[in-house]
Structures are given as C-alpha cells and as structure tokens.
Design a protein around this ligand. Sequence first.
Ligand code: ZN
Ligand code: ZN
Length: 404
Amino acid sequence: MTEVKQASAAVKEKLYHLIDEKTQRMIDIRRYLHQHPEVSFEEKATGAYIAKFYEGKSVAVETNYGDGYGVVVVIDSGRPGKTVALRADFDALPVQEETGLPYASQNKGAMHACGHDGHTAYMLILAEALYEMRADFDGKIKIVHQPAEETPPGGARGMIKAGVLDGVDAMLGVHAWAPIPYGTIECTKGAVMAGRSSIKMTIKGKGGHGSAPQLANDANVAASFFVAAAQTIVSRRVDPFEMATLTIGNFDGKGSFNVIKDAVYLEGDVRFMKQETCDIVEKNFKQMVKGLETMFGVEVDLFYDTDYPVLNNNDALTEFVQHSLQTSNIAELQHLDMTHTESASEDFAYFAQKVPSTFMFVGEMPDDGVFYPHHSPKFVINEKALPLTAKAVGAAALDILANK
Ligand SMILES: [Zn+2]
Ligand SMILES: [Zn+2]
C-alpha cells in the first residue's frame, strides 16, 4: 500500500454523524447485553439477538457459523473492490458480578467482565451506519460476530474452518481496554498480544504418617520444590530482552496436618511474545519435570498445551491504519500510541495468521481513573469509548476500501 488513498473527509464526517445519532441506542444495546451474558460456546440467545438486529436490512446474514453461535454479515456495495472484515467477540465469563450497577447481570454466575458486550454494541451500530452508507464505498464489509473468545479452543478457529476469511483482504479487531485512559488508542505493529500455554500436572508420591517420613514420599515437598525451581526457567533460560511469564496458579496440596500427602495437583500458565520463547519454556519445563522425578522419586502426569498463538499485527496494514487514525479527524481521539503491547492473549491471533490484520486497544478507563482489571467481578467500562471505537474502526475500514 505505497500509493495510499483514503476515503474523503466528507464520507467520514457522514459516518461520525450517523454514529453520534445512534450513540444512545449503542449504549442501550450494550446495557441489554450486559444484563444477559452467556459464557463461551453457550451464547445461543446472544447470537439470536445479533442476527435479529439485522432483520429488515438487505444484507446476507449467516448464523451458527463455525463451531458455535457465530454470526457473519456481508454489507455489499454492489461494486467491485476489496473486502474488509471487522471482528467483534460476544461471549461473557463465568464470573458473579459485583458492580452493583442498575443494569448488572441477570444471569447468575455469568458476567460481561471483559467488555465483549461493548464490542458487540459498537459493532452492531457501526454495521448499521456502514449499511446506510453503502453507496459511499466500493467492495464489501464483512462483519464477523465471533463467539467463545474466552475459552480455548476459542470461536475463531471454527469460523476460519467454515470459510469466514474467504476473499477477505484485510481484517480489523479491537479490544476495549480498561487500564488505558479514555481518548487513547493503541495501534502497534508486530507482536501485540502474547501467546499462551497451559499446564496441568499431578505429582505422585506416597502417602504416610507425619512422624515417619522415611516410609512415605512427600508429594508436597516435591511440588513446593518444583514451583520454586520452575521460576528459574524465565529468569535463567529466557533471553532477558524477551517477554515470558510462568505462573503456577493452582497448587492443590490440601490435606491434614499429620498426614504426608500422596499426590499434589498443579495448574499453570505461560505467556510469551515469540514462538521461540514458547519452545524454550516448554523444553525446559519438561526437562525439569524429568529431573523432579529422578530427584524425588515421584511420578508426574503432565499435560502441557499451547493454545492461543502470539497475535502479530501485519506491518504494512498497521502502518496504514495508524496513518488513517492520525488523519481521520476523530474528535474523541486524543492520543494514538504506536508502541504499547499487552501480555494477555486473544484468539484473534488465528485470523491474523491467515490474513493481514490489525488489532487495536481502545482506552475505556472510567473518567474518575478508578478501574478494575478485565475479568474482575467489579469490572466496568467507560461507555464513552464505544462511539470512539465505532468511528475509528469505521474510518479505517473506509480508508482500506478506498484502495481498490
Ligand atoms: Zn477476557
Ligand atoms: Zn476480551
């Protein structure tokens, strides 16, 4: 994309105006979805709600797309050109909401604690605005409403297998991000979100009486040693300029004060920004497990699985989108950050492996500066970020389509 063309300022102004007019509906939709969350792979009613939104519009709508309740909508200008795909995920989390908001979750044990309700609300309104503007662009816009982002294997892979990326030239995705101030967008080239491995392991020793350790083989001692030793993989085996984390988040050693535990169950999580780092951690972890067996005479059942890959933004497309954001005159966009990355993981990474993609973060920190992390039962968003998101993604999509 050396010869950069852009949609006209008038076309973008029209988009912004339409979004401003529809902002209250966007917020109403978001609050409705917030009250009715459904967890990954169970989002039947949410999928139906999304499909219903498009009723009466002359767009192609496909439901139950992929392995779950995905909805794919094509807005066709009727003229040849590029196809740009816009993705929004719509699943919630198995979290009991504690925000005390008047529109808090009505579904016990389920909560939109990652902001996917906002993603869906902004995308529906953006899709409607772009539909109304279909005389103003060439080519096609494919709206990808993706279920089950939160739970591996994730919803993206099934949609790709079903053909969602066929004919797609570029793809854009967004995560609204509470730790970033409102008015900021992060749009960075290269690796922007971490890949992830998950670990489950049982360390089996031999139970016995606390007063006679020589007759038993203490799994708690072996597991404790292992958890501490495994930390040296990141500190001693990974290049200090590379990012990696290794967390043992579950240590099930609960027993009785005078009983030597026969087995301990551990669960862990690894994050990395390069496949090479992933391989180094896995190799050393497995080596250490073997060493533990020899050293303590225990037996280890290990499950080590790498699920979501590193999310790599396409350099050329991302530079194009950065330029688009810088020049699109979006009043609410105060700061464009082109360097930040996030250590969380995202199954948008699968789309980005297949087609040139850009994934951005939009600041949704509440105005008082008090925020709770994503997945917290007290998680809240700044709804003002929703129209900004719609304008930014819409303007970038229109600019991409201007380059036939
Ligand atoms: Zn999440
Ligand atoms: Zn999320």
